[in-house]
Design a protein around this ligand. Structure first.
Ligand code: SAM
Ligand code: SF4
Length: 333
């Protein structure tokens, strides 16, 4: 699948729930939550079918996200279904980590069960190692659970464990250096992400937006000069650096300040309420649930995918795309 601007789509990010056990300031609105009714959320068979259709069209990598994907009941069943789609060579999950150490009825941790189901890489959100700051950002005092989750992930033997840190000026910038040292000590890759105005427009203000350049200056003052590594890339838009005097690689996801951010985009998103979304930073999304539930054939759905890819914009439009009521948790970060 290729769009009009030469983006080749090989990566599908699937949000499986809008529910979450945390309340991150940049992701969830403050007011009382109203979750989507169950009937509006795709069931696992519907999601699996759409992933298979994507795979037939060239998708080889899937990342399961949310909301918090590990809060959805029967989640391992979904991963089992995904693991049977041969063309999907790379299965990953984005999680806040709080439930990775939880034991299933077999006595094994969720992390171990996932690793057995061909899940290769795990992205864990971690904005601070300071318990109070963690709680202030996520709305939950769950740092110990997240750290236990990371330990379980290490024991489960995933190919890669990455930490994702959203940068919020005035909240967690004091934590950046400690997070890098922790990543070094535990063998994780860490990426620092610029705040994106997805859920509420005022989350992005001059006061709380910390650009990559500022984080870099702060880290260089603490840990020494950063050397760009232009040849190192993962499957996303992060740009990587290593410290000259400290043996650790770090990534920056400069959604708002990197003007080349969208050039190598290979992504399509499926939201938990059954919309195909060609770009996180653009409000365009297309309802595939209706045709799916009205008996569309695989060929019809393939055509739908291709039409959506054809509408993929050249670039994101974050600054102008805030939509009241459309939450990051439902779209899937
Ligand atoms: N609950 C899981 C988690 O926290 O990793 C998966 C879903 S979460 C929406 C996926 C990623 O999006 C997380 O790394 C989170 O930090 C990031 N994210 C959420 N809202 C964001 C925002 N407004 N700006 C930048 N990143 C955001
Ligand atoms: Fe939940 Fe993840 Fe959003 Fe935080 S970023 S509220 S953990 S979905």
């Amino acid at each position: 699948m290729q769009d009009r601007f030469g983006h080749r789509i090989s990566y599908l990010r699937v949000s499986i729930t809008d529910r979450c056990n945390e309340r991150c300031v940049y992701c969830m609105p403050r007011e009382l939550q109203e979750w989507l009714p169950h009937g509006e959320v795709l069931n696992y068979d519907e999601m699996t079918r759409l992933v298979r259709i994507g795979a037939d069209l060239g998708v080889s990598k899937v990342r399961v996200t949310g909301g918090e994907p590990l809060t959805r009941r029967g989640i391992l069943q979904f991963f089992r279904q995904l693991s049977r789609i041969e063309r999907i060579r790379d299965i990953g999950i984005s999680t806040n980590g709080t439930l990775l150490a939880k034991r299933t009825e077999t006595g094994r941790t969720i992390a171990e069960e996932l690793a057995d189901l061909r899940v290769k890489n795990v992205n864990v959100s971690l904005d601070s190692l300071d318990r109070d700051i963690y709680a202030a950002v996520t709305g939950r005092d769950a740092l110990p659970q997240t750290l236990a989750g990371l330990r379980s992930a290490q024991q489960a033997g995933f190919t890669q464990i990455r930490l994702n840190t959203v940068m919020i000026r005035g909240k967690n910038e004091e934590s950046f250096g400690d997070l890098v040292r922790f990543a070094r000590q535990e063998g994780f890759l860490i990426r620092f992400i610029e705040l994106m105005p997805v859920t509420t427009s005022d989350v992005l203000s001059d006061e709380n937006f910390c650009p990559v350049a500022e984080a870099k200056r702060r880290l260089e003052a603490e840990l020494g000069p950063l050397i760009p590594e232009p040849d190192f890339r993962t499957n996303g838009p992060a740009l990587y650096y290593r410290f000259r005097d400290f043996p650790q690689r770090i990534g920056f996801i400069g959604a708002l300040t990197n003007l080349h951010f969208c050039e190598t985009c290979n992504k399509l998103r499926l939201t938990c309420d059954g919309k195909l979304r060609p770009c996180l930073g653009n409000h365009l999304e297309f309802d595939i649930k209706t045709p799916l539930r009205q008996g569309a054939t695989d060929e019809d759905l393939q055509r739908f995918f291709l039409q959506v890819v054809d509408r993929k914009p050249e670039q994101h439009d974050f600054r102008f795309n805030y939509q009241p009521g459309r939450k990051m948790v439902a779209i899937g970060g």
